[in-house]
Design a protein around this ligand. Structure first.
Ligand code: PGA
Length: 249
């Protein structure tokens, strides 16, 4: 963790659960965890109901993607303003599943991030190398290039969040070593400070990829790891809360 930054544990529910299950899972988190901000990101179609269910709780609700345009002829898409209107405060952007399955490149992600900022949503921009890139020794350069291309001006002052998610660690049960996570987070911090100045010292940098109750404490003890973006384990309330409780006080 970084001194002075309030940690954030964010749950990425991906395309899981019925409306009833989403509301039930959210309600099980209602009490929150002292000293830690909790955020849950249900499927976009459930954002409004979950946000209503969480009114007056300590848990924020976010979305999983948005379109870059304000409005228009984009069948099936949802704008950042619509998500804000539905009760979202945050939106996950540039997740590797979007980059891989929807051919989103850094320019696309940057456009969506600008749209999120314009709508008053806090973007969580995801970056991370593939296994081949790590094996070739390119993890740091890939992450630096994605950060440079995916993050627009205004991001840091608006409280934008970055998540380092090595593609090969997502949903696999494998994680980088603590040294590898620390090295990438240090690289990200310095790249952001170089570009945005000292304000980027308080930008939250999350780690994501197979975070579980058993490995969370080790990851959270690392410098410049200010929380986690949790996929699979966020679908079990007890596991998500256990991960949040693993954050040092
Ligand atoms: P995982 O997913 O925790 O299931 O590995 C993380 C993510 O994709 O955000």
């Amino acid at each position: 963790m970084t001194p002075g930054i309030r940690p954030l544990i964010a749950g990425n529910w991906k395309m899981h659960g019925s409306l009833r299950e989403a509301v039930r899972l959210a309600e099980a988190l209602r009490g929150g965890v002292p000293g830690v901000d909790l955020l849950i990101c249900p499927p976009n179609v459930h954002v409004h109901s979950v946000a209503v269910a969480m009114l007056g709780s300590r848990v924020a609700v976010g979305a999983q993607d948005c379109h870059a345009a304000l409005q228009g002829a984009h069948t099936g898409d949802v704008s950042a303003a619509m998500l804000r209107d539905a009760g979202a405060t945050h939106v996950i952007l540039g997740h590797s599943e979007r980059r891989a399955n929807h051919a989103e490149d850094d320019t696309t992600v940057c456009g969506k991030t600008e749209a999120a900022l314009a709508a008053g949503l806090i973007p969580i921009v995801c970056v991370g190398e593939t296994e081949a890139e790590r094996l070739a020794g390119h993890a740091e350069s890939v992450v630096t290039r994605q950060l440079e291309g995916s993050i627009p001006y205004g991001f840091v002052t608006a409280g934008g969040i970055v998540a380092y998610e090595p593609v090969w660690a997502i949903g696999t049960g494998r994680t980088p070593t603590e040294e590898e996570v620390a090295a990438i987070h240090d690289t990200m911090r310095e790249a952001l400070v170089d570009r945005f100045g000292p304000a980027a010292r308080t930008t939250r940098l999350l780690y994501g990829g197979s975070v579980k109750p058993a490995n969370a404490a080790g990851i959270f003890a690392l410098p410049d790891v200010d929380g986690a973006l949790v996929g699979g384990a966020s679908l079990v309330a007890a596991d998500f809360l256990a991960i949040a409780r693993a954050m040092p006080e």
